[in-house]
Design a protein around this ligand. Structure first.
Ligand SMILES: [Zn+2]
Length: 480
């Protein structure tokens, strides 16, 4: 017993001398690692644990020692190594003994050393990594005492998150590390504990204080990729298993396009983005929009979408900025079209709605009938009866786009061939035979529009599941 205890004291002393020497001497990294391995090997009985909990090494006690190893030690490699082996110690210890298991004990030490309201010079990431790992471990066994303890702690962490200022520099500074770490602590907690009574409020706090400030009413906290990532992880955990909150988060996201892809909740917005691009890439439409007089454009009672599109296009054409934030357009557009953003919307439907609205607004300008002028073409429709060769009917159809089937088609050429080949329709009433027959319905082009828009039908009906499914096969089309 005494031999073991003396050994522990020696190991701890060597370890502390090594990690606290500011110079990073070659070979020291290995000394740190071996000391930690010895500790894990030796400290595995209630007696050795009791001893290590209560001992002092070079005048510091075990809790100060732990905090120094993972939080205050200036050398990252050492912090990393100590963090790793402390976690192993906590995971490998058998909890049957009467003494407090190291996971709980070390977790308490870490929580006591939480950098509330302060900036610890150095790094806090290893500290937070160990803290969240031990939280996960401890929360596997959710006794009322443990839950009560965490509830109080988590409230303090919320206060910390709301009081802490973020940093916008690329350097991952202390304050930012504490912010990211605190968000991770919240994420870990809500992942393990079902304590989401106030979830709407929590989502709104994280969203408005951490990732998106719509009214510029306060300073945004998460300004670097790391903190934003932590905030979005927390949002994901908060909305999980709470279908009602999806609507909240999507409403919030509606105003914040650039993060949409991160959460992958809303496909419609991504489409809107691509539609804008498409319109911009149609030179005639771009010039028309840009040519609408400003005076008219500012009269927002009549014009809701056009002014926003004009702004957007002006930016795309004239500005050197790498991006454009279409928030205003989206807000106006979604109010106007009453888009249900949970519903997946067909690209073609969306296109039709938007062109209709643009056309409507262009009526008030010199650019009226524009959409028609640019996109309108005509198809010649022919229906041939299969029983009598000269039973034919035909007519003209106006189009603003061609919708082609792409299922089992290799490229656009094949898809267009398929479109013009026509289709066979059964049980069609031929007016001349006056009975149900099989007919062939086909189209040919009567007039081509200035710009032909081709819509790829990306859905097929799966007969075995009786559901529509999206086609994700490779499809080639010419690029210019
Ligand atoms: Zn017929």
């Amino acid at each position: 017993m005494v031999v073991e205890n003396n050994f522990i004291i020696s190991i701890m002393s060597i370890l502390f001398k090594t990690v606290s020497s500011n110079e990073q001497v070659k070979g020291n990294q290995q000394i740190v690692e071996y000391c930690m391995i010895f500790l894990v090997k030796i400290v595995n009985t209630p007696d050795t644990l009791a001893y290590i909990y209560s001992s002092k090494f070079d005048n510091i006690d075990f809790s100060q020692f732990v905090i120094y190893l993972v939080r205050d030690c200036p050398i990252k490699e050492y912090r990393d190594c100590c963090k790793k082996y402390l976690a192993i110690l906590c995971r490998s210890y058998n909890t049957r003994a009467s003494i407090l298991p190291p996971a709980n004990y070390i977790l308490q030490i870490l929580i006591t050393g939480y950098p509330f309201n302060s900036n610890i010079v150095g790094s806090n990431m290893e500290y937070f990594n160990l803290l969240t790992e031990l939280m996960e471990l401890t929360l596997q066994n959710q006794t009322p005492e443990i839950l009560e303890f965490f509830k109080k702690f988590i409230q303090l962490v919320w206060v910390e998150v709301l009081n802490r200022k973020g940093d916008s520099s690329e350097l991952f500074k202390d304050t930012d590390q504490i912010l990211a770490g605190s968000l991770d602590v919240l994420t870990t907690y809500y992942q393990s504990v079902n304590d989401k009574d106030d979830v709407q409020n929590m989502i709104s706090k994280v969203f408005h204080y951490c990732v998106y400030d719509r009214n510029n009413s306060h300073t945004l906290k998460c300004l670097t990729p790391t903190t934003r990532k932590s905030a979005f992880s927390l949002l994901k955990v908060l909305i999980k298993d709470n279908p009602n909150t999806h609507i909240d988060i999507i409403t919030l996201l509606q105003c914040y396009l650039s993060e949409v892809l991160d959460i992958q909740k809303d496909k419609t917005l991504a489409r809107i983005e691509r539609r804008d691009e498409f319109f911009f890439l149609t030179p005639d439409l771009r010039y028309s929009v840009l040519n609408t007089p400003d005076q008219m454009v500012t009269d927002s009672n009549v014009l809701r979408v056009l002014p926003e599109i004009k702004k957007m296009f002006s930016h795309l054409q004239e500005s050197e900025r790498q991006y454009y934030d279409p928030t205003e357009f989206l807000v106006n557009w979604s109010q106007l079209a009453k888009i249900d953003i949970i519903q997946q919307q067909d690209a073609e439907e969306f296109y039709n709605l938007l062109t209709e609205q643009i056309e409507h607004e262009l009526l008030a300008t010199q650019q009226q009938n524009f959409i028609e002028r640019v996109f309108k073409g005509q198809l010649h429709r022919q229906i041939s009866c299969s029983t009598v060769a000269n039973h034919k009917s035909s007519g003209l159809e106006d189009i603003t786009s061609l919708s082609v089937d792409i299922d089992k088609k290799k490229n656009l050429y094949d898809a267009l061939v398929g479109f013009f080949e026509g289709e066979t329709i059964r049980d069609y009433k031929c007016p001349e035979c006056d009975k149900l027959v099989e007919v062939t319905k086909s189209f040919s082009i009567k007039t081509l529009p200035q710009t032909l828009l081709i819509v790829l039908k990306r859905f097929r009906f799966n007969a075995s599941t009786l559901q529509r499914e999206k086609i994700c096969d490779r499809f080639e089309y010419p690029t210019f």
